[in-house]
Design a protein around this ligand. Structure first.
Ligand SMILES: [Zn+2]
Length: 78
């Protein structure tokens, strides 16, 4: 599991739509990679906040997408 692959799969991981062995790979990667661990925390928090805000419409899907793109670009920057 590389960081790039991890990032590509993270959305499905958060949605729990990946096969068990892929989820295990992702978890194993997070244990060895602090940056991806931080990214996961930030990302899942964003998702849960946006879900909670759905009825009051604070964050749109579009904004979540943009935030995700921003986080990915920050994380991948050396
Ligand atoms: Zn990583």
């Amino acid at each position: 599991m590389t960081c790039k692959r991890y990032l590509a799969l993270l959305n499905e991981y958060v949605e729990c739509t990946l096969p068990q062995e892929v989820q295990d790979d992702i978890r194993a990667h997070m244990e060895t990679c602090p940056r991806c661990r931080v990214f996961y925390r930030t990302y899942s928090l964003t998702i849960s906040l946006s879900r909670r805000a759905e009825s009051t419409c604070c964050i749109s899907d579009d904004q979540v997408d943009r935030l995700r793109t921003l986080l990915v670009s920050r994380l991948c920057k050396k």
